[in-house]
Design a protein around this ligand. Structure first.
Ligand code: AMO
Length: 429
């Protein structure tokens, strides 16, 4: 394997001949001198070419090259290092003209063109950084849960039954029968609590969302956790609090000055409000009778987000106790108020980014819950078997990775936090 130095390591090799490999990011001519900025997967480095150096090969933005040169400290160059006396080898020259250049500070193209030309636009440093932050968030999620003795699992994405009532499901032909794309790993993660006690999964989920909004995708990445032997849904809320704090801590080193001011802190105790109290508060503020509402509308979440900011100085707010009729059959109802559940949403800056809660865990309770909702047990036998064979009190949550990323980085549309979004209109690239 060729050993090229990452551009962000060059400060350790000053005075030495080094070789880097990447793409021509930018070219600038100043009199007889040429400055070529090379971008690799880690950052950029500036090359200085003087008239006395061996001639440069033809270069244009995105030409793929390797460059050998002497690493010299240069405060005016990005990263503080410049390569002198360069020898450049060209691996590939892009087709010309490019639809746009990604070497500038901004990328002045609309979202549609940006998404259509993802192979190029994702190379822009600011856009690429969104996904480096996202990768660090996922790494933090894994580290946090492995640290709490969770086992990572991988469950089927082609399934025989829908798991999330209310969310639409993609149907597909599976040999000579019908199947669905998994809306969540819910039924499997619960089943696996019966095996490992504590599990998590990072994986794609599919929702046939008929909504053309800035917060819905038809495929997104779900960060799921499920934990056995809990006493209450509060245990899950505490776990989620710690997991989020770890995720943000791992992503923070990637933060640039413009995000710094908006980087959230996770309070030791995230404020909690019961669903009924949330409706009461909202109804008073908006002068509407919301007492019969079964769910929070996006505008309600936004209002509550601003309220949490104002009253608790918190970017995060738990709303617990969502009505039983709006939650899936596996959700445990509050024994003291059976119309409400032991489930919650976590709002981050006024948008739901997590749902979780305590589940039913007795076989007889599942049979009764399915019956009460007019749902059939057919197709659920494999899942119900876990309860027949004995399951502990348990609960869990799922974080929507793209929603979290978008909220964190102040991106207005969830598509900006998705490498290759899938939505009502978009099936490619
Ligand atoms: P829920 O259906 O609320 O819960 O989804 C959990 C989280 O996933 C994100 N999300 C979405 N993100 C992008 N596009 C969508 N269409 C979309 N739909 C949902 C949100 C949401 O909070 N099984 C439960 C979780 C659990 O109880 O453990 C579930 O899937 O951020």
């Amino acid at each position: 394997m060729a050993h090229y130095l990452p551009t962000d390591s060059l400060a350790h090799h000053l005075g030495h001949l080094v070789t880097v490999a990447g793409w021509v990011h930018r070219i600038r001519r100043l009199g007889a001198m040429t400055f070529v900025v090379i971008r690799d997967g880690r950052g950029v480095v500036q090359i200085l070419h003087r008239p006395t150096d061996p001639p440069l090969p033809p270069l244009m933005p995105e030409t793929v090259v390797k460059v050998s040169g002497l690493a010299i400290p240069e405060a005016r160059a990005p990263g503080g290092v410049e390569l002198h006396r360069p020898v450049i080898h060209v691996f590939a020259t892009p087709e010309s003209p490019l639809p746009f250049h990604v070497g500038g500070r901004d990328l002045p193209v609309g979202l549609d063109l940006r998404l259509n030309e993802a192979a190029l636009s994702l190379r822009h440093l600011d856009i690429r950084r969104i996904f480096q932050v996202q990768a660090a968030l996922v790494q933090g999620f894994r580290h946090a849960l492995i640290g709490e003795q969770f086992t990572e699992v991988h469950t089927p994405k082609i399934v025989a039954t829908a798991s999330e009532s209310g969310a639409d499901v993609f149907r597909l032909r599976y040999f000579d029968t019908d199947a669905y794309l998994a809306q969540s790993p819910q039924l499997y993660k619960q089943t696996l609590v019966g095996v490992f006690g504590r599990v998590f999964e990072v994986g794609p989920v599919f929702r046939a969302e008929p909504h053309d909004t800035g917060r819905h995708l038809s495929q997104y990445t779900s960060l799921d956790a499920e934990m056995g032997f809990i006493e209450s849904h509060k245990d899950i809320m505490d776990l989620l609090r710690d997991v989020l704090a770890k995720m943000l801590a791992e992503a923070q080193p990637l933060v640039v000055a413009s995000d710094d001011a908006r980087w959230p802190t996770v309070p030791a105790q995230i404020p909690v409000m019961h669903f009924e109290d949330a409706l009461h508060l909202l109804g008073g503020a908006l002068r509407e009778d919301l007492s019969k509402e079964p769910d929070l509308a996006p505008a309600h979440e936004q209002w509550l987000g601003a309220w949490a900011q104002r009253v608790h100085d918190s970017d995060l707010l738990f709303v617990e106790g969502y009505p039983t009729i709006k939650r899936p059959f596996y959700t445990e109802s509050d024994p003291d108020r059976p119309d409400y559940t032991l489930s919650f949403d976590l709002l981050f800056r006024g948008q739901e980014i997590v749902t979780g809660g305590k589940r039913l865990h007795r076989y007889s309770d599942y049979r009764a819950a399915l019956k009460a909702r007019g749902l059939s047990e057919a197709g659920l036998e494999g899942y119900l078997a876990a309860f027949r064979y004995g399951m502990p009190p348990h609960g869990g949550f799922a974080i929507g990775l793209e929603r979290l990323t978008a909220r964190l980085l102040g991106l207005r549309n969830i598509r900006e936090a998705t490498l290759f979004p899938r939505d009502l209109q978009r099936l490619r690239p």
